[in-house]
Design a binder for this molecule. Structure first.
Ligand code: ZN
Length: 161
């Protein structure tokens, strides 16, 4: 049994889902997460008439993470409507990875999983070192001695390559 208080996040996500702006699909989403200092962060989806410019709830949540002091995500869930658990979309899995890492606990419709379960072989492993001027703590670029693809390399949440 997890020590994470998922009920608090579920209530927060359900509450913020009711504030979503989703006049085109009527598919309201609320997202909630804990930051490493215990803050509860929330976000809701904001649709746009162009549809392509629609923002997922996770976008607002991560903006809130930085707007309220920064840090790292330590647990996450998202809901539709009145509290039906859903999973983050592909783009948002990548967003969550950057700010919570592959071990981020996520309460999914199938139970508690990690982000690595939802996003195996993620992009963070493949950021070229020359682009990593400020290497992310979960990037393999923090291990400059590792040779990509070498037998010694083990990716977070994955099998040895
Ligand atoms: Zn999304």
């Amino acid at each position: 049994m997890s020590a994470i208080d998922w009920k608090t996040l579920l209530d927060a996500a359900t509450e913020v889902a009711a504030k979503a702006y989703a006049p085109y699909s009527n598919y309201t989403v609320g997202a909630a997460a804990y930051a490493d200092d215990g803050r509860v962060l929330v976000g809701c989806n904001i649709e746009n008439s162009s549809l392509g410019l629609t923002l997922c709830g996770e976008c607002g949540l991560i903006s809130s993470l930085y707007a309220t002091g920064g840090g790292r995500l330590t647990a996450f869930l998202c809901v539709h409507g009145d509290g039906e658990l859903v999973t983050p979309c592909g783009r948002c899995r990548q967003l969550l990875l950057e700010h919570g890492g592959p071990d981020l606990p996520i309460l999914s419709p199938q139970g508690e999983v990690t982000l690595a379960d939802l996003l195996p072989q993620h992009w963070l492993d493949y950021v070229p070192p020359e682009r990593a001027t400020n290497p992310h703590p979960d990037s393999r670029n923090r291990h400059p001695g590792l040779v990509p693809g070498s037998p010694d390399e083990v990716r977070p949440g994955g099998e040895p390559t």
